[in-house]
Every structure is written in structure tokens, then in C-alpha cells.
Design a protein around this ligand. Structure first.
Ligand code: FNR
Length: 355
């Protein structure tokens, strides 16, 4: 057996456990069933008028859907990142790599990260690091990938559950430093890893000058559950209700905007999305871009690239075709659709002060 560092072993296990969880729909709370959209009976538009191409971080992309952070640095990661990079290049969509923190101690493991750029030379690629990393290391990682932006993952709950996790969460000074040095050259995206962001959390990041947020809410990819399965002694409590869903995080963003006029410049929405209809609803709640991880992992693990292109191509076509049904031509139009929220979500909006 190839010798593995603890970090390599962890990353390998993350892939396997996340895929197992994704295949268990009973873990899904179907947050999107609680959001319904009003459609016009006279849409007065058509498919030809739909326009989804735009610039992201100065580069053209075809769709506002991105492959979110997952992996790199292990043998298992190479074929996954290669396929995802080719998929991203084919559809001209952004792609994030998984945490590159492992390269601090094992720089020889860079190849599977670099694959994300090697096979996708033109399009938007995000590097990914933890909040405690130095600006110098962050710049090295950006250079390695010729990354267009840097995702900084904020994962206290994951570290808590991780058997070998870090229990020191003093991140503000380091984030401040990263924003002042790296952030002035390369856009930074402050990112959750699947526990969502309250209005107060979003505001604390905005006040640090971190204006691009990935709200990544609760989904089947639950990093407390994933780390718990890696522990020799399981956690005592059940944390399945820890955090906020993406829907709640997007409503929290609207509440913050309403109360303070402050809001993320670009809102990346992820956590629990696998269908075009769920993505449409995330846009209707204010997302600018919608990301998926577990969906793409599942695709990459079970299909050759040609099938991935066919399956995700059909996903994108269905997404595009739904816009005119809703009387929409652009993502901006989707953001203005009238919503009907479930009583549970209405109670949530009342409690966070959103009218
Ligand atoms: C992740 N995610 C993640 N996020 C991050 O910022 N850095 C990372 O290294 C990883 N690693 C990782 C591995 C695997 C196998 C998965 C499935 C996910 C979290 C991911 O980017 C996203 O925030 C959550 O997975 C929620 O989205 P989905 O999976 O519900 O689409």
C-alpha cells in the first residue's frame, strides 16, 4: 500500500464518505420544496432571448453554474479533477479545486491540483485554502494554478468534528492580512463548507472587506457527519440541525441588505443543489452563481467524460429552457421572481427581521 500522510488519507476518506452520503436522499431536507415561484401565464419571451453568458473576474463564462471545491493532492483526486476540468472547459463554467493546504507540507502532491488548470487553460479557476494561511503561501497557490480567484474556506464546525482537527479559530487577523495583500490583486471568496451563513456572519466578512461570499449551506455533504465517521470515538451529540441551509442563508443575505444596505458583491450559492429547478430557486432568492460539489463528484465517479458531458448538458438545457417559462431572459430577471415561502420559512424570516 502506498504510504499516506494523515492529510492525504483524510482527503481520500472525504471523497468516499461524501459520495456515500450523496447516495442517501433521506439525509436531504429538501429545503427548496419550501420555496415556490410565481410564473406568468403569458411569459412573452422565448429560448432565443435567454442570455446567460457573462464575465466573471474578467473572463467570459457560458453559464452561472460552477464546480465547487472538493479535492486534489491524492491519487484518487487526479482522475476526478481531470474529468471535472475537462467538463468545465467544455461548458465554459468556473471550477474550484479542493483545499490546497496539503501543499504546505507536501508540495510534491501538486499535480492533481494543477490538472484543473492544465486541462482548462482558458476558463475561471478558483484556488482554495484555509483562513490561517499566510499571504505568501496563498500567492504561491494562486500562481501555481494561475487562479482567477481564491476561495478561503471557513470550517470551524468541520475542524471541531475532525479527529485531528484544529481547535483555534482566531481567523480575523489572518483574513484581514489576506484581504489587504492578496485581495487587492486577486478576488477572494469567503466560503462556508456546508453550514451556511447568518446575516451577522455575512456582515462580519463584509466588514473585513471580503465582499464575495459563498454561503454554502447544509446539505447531504455534512462535514460533521463525514468527520464523525472518521473518528474512532463517535461524537456524543447529533448535529444534523447545526447551521443554516442555503435557502436560510440567502434569506439572511436579503435581511442584511434590507437592514443595512450592505450585501455581498457576488453571491455564490451552494449546498444541497443537484437539479436545475433547485438552482432556479437559488437564483430567485438572490444568488449570482450556483455551485455544486456532491453532484459533480457523483458524476465523475460513475461516468466517463463523454457521458458526463451528455448528462450535464441535458441539465443545462433544462435549466435554460425553464427561464422563458418563468418570463425570464437573464439571471437578473430570475432574481426578481415573486416567491411564496412555506410557513416554516416565514417564521424564519420573521425571526431574522426580514419583511
Ligand atoms: C468538499 N467541500 C470543500 N470545500 C472547501 O472549501 N474546501 C475543500 O477542500 C472541500 N472539500 C470537499 C470534499 C468533498 C468530497 C466534498 C463533497 C465537498 C465542500 C463543498 O465545496 C461545498 O461547500 C459542500 O459540499 C456543499 O455543497 P454540495 O456538496 O451540497 O453541492
Amino acid at each position: 500500500m502506498t504510504p499516506r500522510s494523515q492529510q492525504e488519507q483524510r482527503k481520500k476518506e472525504h471523497l468516499a464518505i461524501a459520495e456515500r452520503l450523496y447516495r442517501q436522499p433521506e439525509f436531504d431536507r429538501d429545503q427548496f420544496a419550501q420555496v415556490r415561484l410565481m410564473h406568468p401565464v403569458l411569459p412573452e419571451t422565448n429560448m432565443a432571448a435567454v442570455h446567460l453568458e457573462q464575465l466573471l473576474f474578467h473572463k467570459p463564462i457560458n453559464y452561472p453554474i460552477y464546480i465547487n471545491a472538493m479535492t486534489g493532492g491524492t491519487a484518487e483526486a487526479m482522475p476526478i479533477n481531470e474529468k471535472l476540468a475537462e467538463l468545465a472547459a467544455h461548458f465554459k463554467i468556473p471550477m474550484a479545486v479542493g483545499s490546497m493546504s496539503i501543499l504546505k507540507s507536501q508540495p510534491e502532491l501538486a499535480d492533481s491540483f494543477i490538472a484543473a488548470r492544465r486541462l482548462n487553460p482558458e476558463c475561471v479557476v478558483f484556488a482554495n485554502l484555509g483562513a490561517d494561511k499566510s499571504p505568501q503561501f496563498a500567492q504561491e497557490m494562486i500562481d501555481l494554478l494561475q487562479a482567477d480567484a481564491l476561495q478561503i474556506h471557513l470550517n470551524a464546525a468541520q475542524e471541531f468534528a475532525m479527529p485531528e482537527g484544529d481547535q483555534d479559530f482566531h481567523w480575523t487577523d489572518s483574513l484581514n492580512e489576506l484581504q489587504k495583500t492578496i485581495g487587492t490583486q486577486t478576488p477572494i471568496i469567503a466560503k462556508e463548507v456546508g453550514f451556511g451563513m447568518s446575516a451577522a456572519s455575512q456582515d462580519s466578512l463584509l466588514k473585513l472587506g471580503l465582499e464575495n461570499l459563498d454561503l454554502s449551506g447544509i446539505s447531504r455533504t455534512n462535514f460533521i457527519t463525514i468527520e464523525n465517521r472518521r473518528r474512532s470515538q463517535a461524537l456524543v451529540s447529533d448535529y444534523s440541525d447545526f447551521g443554516l441551509t442555503l435557502v436560510e442563508s440567502l434569506l439572511s443575505r436579503l435581511a442584511l441588505q434590507q437592514a443595512t444596505s450592505r450585501t455581498s458583491k457576488i453571491t455564490f450559492a451552494s449546498g444541497g443543489i443537484s437539479t436545475p429547478w433547485q438552482a432556479i430557486k437559488a437564483f430567485a432568492l438572490g444568488a449570482d452563481f450556483v455551485g455544486m460539489s456532491a453532484y459533480f463528484l457523483h458524476l465523475a465517479l460513475h461516468h466517463p467524460l463523454t457521458e458526463m458531458i451528455a448528462i450535464f448538458g441535458a441539465w443545462l438545457t433544462e435549466f435554460e429552457q425553464m427561464l422563458p417559462v418563468l418570463g425570464c431572459q437573464t439571471i437578473k430577471d430570475l432574481q426578481h421572481i415573486e416567491l411564496i415561502l412555506s410557513p416554516e420559512l416565514i417564521s424564519f424570516t420573521e425571526q431574522i427581521g426580514l419583511d
